[in-house]
Design a protein around this ligand. Sequence first.
Ligand code: NI
Length: 248
Amino acid sequence: MRLQLSTWQEVDSYLEASRGIIIPIGSTEQHGPNGLIGTDAICPEVIALAAAAQCGALVGPTISVGMAQHHLGFSGSVALRPTTLIAVVRDYVLSLARNGFERFYFLNGHGGNIATVNTAFSEIYAERSFAPSGSQPALRCKLANWFGFPSVIEISKELYADRDGSHATPSEISVTQAAYPEAIKASNIEPAPPRPRPFYDADDYRKIHPDGRIASDSAAATPQAGHRLIEASAASVVTDYQGFLAEI
Ligand code: NI
């Protein structure tokens, strides 16, 4: 069930049965010569919808722009600074909490979001903790990375081993190829070299990763791999989300 394709009365009915929602969160940033700029938002969105089809969860609108300042040296990348993303997550959660949502499960597709989203959760809890006890609706937030479940890591290792790299990975590009086969790009490219050192700002990132990828053999992506990864990740999301809802 998608929030955007529902009416408010349908949301009221949903709230009678469940107080949970899955929120895909990603980024809009370069993913090398054959990866889509929307990769990090497309992957969690597709997986969240697959999981929701199995467990009846509601899926909120994807937060498609994330903390990606280090990719701004490449055309088409869009970034929110950390303080902006914290405000976006906070307002998103508090909007839905106002009318009864209590468990917010963020399914993330971008490593650069993790620190900021966890900080947003701390801000939300701090707001509650500073208020008189019981004066605000109870709510809990959880962040899970679609690529971080053991079942997904196992498939990525089996298919790509250390050729997966850490940005514009064949695993994530495979997921986009399964979701949007019409947008598959030509991939006659060599693997990207290993990471020489950590990157800092956008100019520095482009200097040390000139085509945008980090250590990935992105040409190895296939839609078939993508279907396997979507299925495995969605199954893990269902288990993880249901466990989150069942927390006492
Ligand atoms: Ni990515």
